[in-house]
Ligand binder design. Structure first.
Ligand SMILES: Cc1cc2nc3c(=O)[nH]c(=O)nc-3n(C[C@H](O)[C@H](O)[C@H](O)COP(=O)(O)OP(=O)(O)OC[C@H]3O[C@@H](n4cnc5c(N)ncnc54)[C@H](O)[C@@H]3O)c2cc1C
Length: 381
């Protein structure tokens, strides 16, 4: 049997959430191991998505309940600012602009109010000027157009930078290695050839996304996770800029070098088990929405590339709407499970994890604040 692994904190799952959390924990001086069962980091939803660094613009309008919409918009903006200052080189195209579009003028009015309330940056455009700059967009369905600061990002480059910095700080990384929880302080590592060895850690952070329900289900904990499938379609790049409708059934199209990725704001449907199998007629609905926005895309009717992706969310109660919020749970002592909601929210999620771990393991050489001694620390509860 190969050697056991010992670390202070084990981060399990090297998608956006795990990579961001690992880097932040390593920067605080913790001894960290990052472990993924796949042969590469970011193999799941973290690279199968639209590569859109959100800035609260779409979430402010698309989420129906105002308080929830504005809470998520704020967290997304927090993440946007951190990612932009950490990895500006990951922005795909500095010369492109991203526009928010509306078919429904009333939705535009309501969304503008929310943008103002949470400080989402936007600039209303005269439609004539918008169509002069973007003649490929169909005038039939655009009632309003706004410039935004949303960006297309090469998430792969972001992950590379997070990984490189983590490794420089001494993080051990293991690929092709599945982690199975066992008891407080000890889990099992199962390598792709079936060999097993123990993993000892003070704290385990599972950022295992779609796998979390199964992992903790086998330990007797119901994570109440649902799965939602949605599709994107890829076509050769047809526009200089990026566009997204806030209206639920219309398209977005974000540019990534030689190609563009199109989605619909709301095409998710609930599934029992997470698979990335494409459902052709659902992917075609996304393509049809794209053609309503960019009629020229019709030439790719027979050869667009469809991609399916799955989002997990936690059931909050009967009829709870699909959430894109972050989640942090502790199903077993010192075993945390964290979901970022969006890649753009991963800094907020990672900061929440870091604060929680700091409260458990704070360095006794740093004085406690008088208020913490008297009142305890909220984040530790
Ligand atoms: C269609 C779609 C489009 C999206 N578009 C965007 C977008 O444009 N912008 C944005 O900000 N967000 C977007 N998102 C959301 C975003 O992709 C996810 O929030 C994010 O990728 C989740 O990251 P994660 O680290 O939690 O999980 P994942 O990416 O699922 O990573 C989990 C990792 O855990 C590993 N793992 C699982 N089980 C184990 C185990 N037992 N042992 C070891 N390793 C394990 C897996 O191999 C995997 O690498 C989109 C999501 C979907 C579905």
């Amino acid at each position: 049997m190969s050697k056991e692994v010992r670390t202070e904190i084990a981060v399990i799952g090297g998608g956006a959430g795990g990579l961001m959390t690992t880097k932040k924990l390593a920067e605080l001086g913790y001894d960290v191991a990052l472990i993924d069962k796949a042969p590469t980091f970011g193999s799941g939803p973290s690279t199968r998505n639209e590569g859109w660094l959100h800035r609260g613009t779409v979430h402010s309008g698309v989420i129906k309940e105002p308080d929830r919409a504005m809470k998520i918009a704020r967290r997304v903006m927090y993440g946007y600012e951190q990612i932009m200052s950490f990895a500006p080189e990951a922005v795909e195209d500095l010369t492109s602009t991203t526009y928010a579009l509306f078919k429904d003028g009333e939705l535009a009015d309501a969304t503008e109010e929310r943008w103002k309330a949470v400080d989402v940056w936007f600039q209303a455009m005269q439609l004539q000027a918008f169509f002069r700059e973007n003649p490929e967009i169909s005038p039939d369905i655009v009632a309003r157009a706004y410039k935004t600061k949303d960006k297309s990002l090469n998430f792969r480059l972001l992950y590379q930078k997070l990984l490189a910095i983590s490794e420089k700080l001494g993080v051990q990384t293991l690929l092709n290695t599945e982690v199975i929880p066992e008891e407080e302080g000890r889990a099992m590592l199962v390598e792709s050839d079936g060999s097993r060895r123990p993993l000892f850690a003070d704290i385990f952070v599972f950022t295992t996304g779609l796998a979390a329900r199964k992992i903790f289900g086998t330990m007797g904990y119901d994570m109440a996770v649902r799965f939602w499938k949605s599709h994107s379609v890829m076509i050769p790049r047809l526009s200089k800029n990026g566009f997204f409708f806030v209206d639920p059934l219309e398209a977005s199209m974000m540019p990534h070098g030689k190609y563009s990725i199109a989605c619909q704001s709301e095409d998710d449907f609930q599934i029992e088990e997470p698979t990335f199998e494409v459902v052709p007629h659902m992917a075609h609905q996304v393509f049809e929405a794209l053609v309503r926005m960019v009629p020229e895309a019709e030439q790719y009717e027979d050869n667009y590339h469809a991609n399916a992706c799955v989002k997990p969310d936690i059931i909050k109660g009967p009829n709870s709407p699909r959430s894109v919020d972050i989640e942090l749970h502790e199903p077993m002592p010192n075993y945390f499970v964290a979901f970022p909601g969006k890649v753009t929210e991963s800094p907020y999620m990672a900061d929440t994890v870091v604060k929680t771990i700091f409260d458990r393991k704070s360095d006794s050489r740093i004085s406690q604040r008088p208020g913490d001694i008297i009142f305890g620390d909220e984040t530790a509860k």
